[in-house]
Design a protein. Structure first.
Length: 306
């Protein structure tokens, strides 16, 4: 495949029909989003939000782009802004992985860290403060920009329909900003109103009522209800422990040769629970947002001691 720039490879990722033991002989199909060039599902978002800002006249040739992120959205934004030669400032709580922070800087973005205790809310606040002081700046703001769900509604969701011959009984996905879940759910329910939508969060996130506490599963989990959830029907919210998420991270590498991050592990744990609930032979679709390789510094494959 001959290409001229790496950004051409964003999207059109493979969908794997997982050959694992699934309850009731159902099938779990997982979208392998680590195959995007920046290594995660958020390449789609970075590209879409920056193009949207340009199309709407909010970004010109010298606009500084500022975005709060757990890292993957920042990598996606930096890939897009590099293409358009736009100065970029990414605001990241310290706790997020060394690899993701290093990659954002390698792409040319300036990184500002906020404290881990202040969570993503702290990074959002800081990004707004920096923007207020920076002339000709633009904050795409993944947490409320309608271009976020739209990115997935227009790209990933149609790819799923194209790749599968049979109807989708359930769609299972984690939520951080909530854009992936909301955009894909909206598209799939328009195609087939019988498709159930199940959102996944780690223990410590507040969708199922909390309590709020730190968790090791990275890139998903919310500190406030995503505004995008107002417009979509959520059939079920599943809360997955770090222990379960990381168990499947290890299992996928050991048995399937698949390097998945912890949010993918949580998505798989939830998909297996959904398989138990649904009738025989159901089709369940989920999303694996990124790879374990960006969490080596966090010893992602280390088994808990107790
Ligand atoms: N996964 C998104 C990001 O990388 C949102 C994270 S919110 C915990 O920025």
């Amino acid at each position: 495949m001959l290409i001229k720039k790496i950004q051409q490879l964003i999207g059109n990722t493979p969908l794997i029909d997982l050959q694992i033991n699934i309850p009731k002989q159902s099938h779990i199909y997982a979208k392998l989003e680590m195959f995007n060039p920046g290594g995660s599902i958020k390449d789609r978002l970075g590209q879409y939000m920056i193009q949207d800002g340009i199309d709407k006249g909010k970004i010109n040739a010298t606009t500084t782009i500022i975005e709060p992120t757990a890292g993957n959205t920042g990598i996606g934004v930096a890939l897009a802004t590099q293409e358009h030669h736009l100065p970029t400032i990414l605001v990241v709580p310290e706790k997020f992985s060394y690899e993701k922070q290093t990659l954002m800087k390698a792409l040319g973005a300036k990184l500002i860290n906020t404290s881990s205790e202040d969570g993503i809310k702290g990074a959002i606040k800081k990004a707004r403060e920096i923007a207020a002081k920076t002339p000709n700046s633009y904050v795409p703001m993944q947490f409320e920009n309608p271009a976020n769900p739209a990115a997935y509604y227009h790209t990933l969701a149609p790819e799923l329909i194209q790749d599968l011959d049979q109807p989708i009984d359930a769609f299972v996905a984690g939520a951080g900003s909530g854009g992936t879940f909301a955009g894909i759910t909206q598209y799939l329910k328009e195609q087939n109103p019988a498709t159930q939508s199940i959102v996944v969060e780690p223990e410590g996130s507040i969708l199922n009522g909390g309590p709020e506490h730190p968790h090791k599963t990275e890139g998903i989990g919310v500190e406030f209800i995503p505004p995008f959830f107002k417009n979509v029907q959520i059939d079920q919210t599943l809360t997955i422990s770090d222990a379960d998420a990381f168990k499947y991270v290890r299992q996928m590498a050991a048995q399937q040769g698949l390097f998945i991050g912890s949010s993918s592990g949580a998505a798989l744990a939830a998909s297996l629970k959904v398989a138990e609930q649904l009738p025989e032979n159901s089709t369940i679709v989920t999303v694996f947002p990124d790879s374990s390789e960006r969490y080596m510094s966090e010893n992602i494959y280390q088994k808990p001691q107790n």
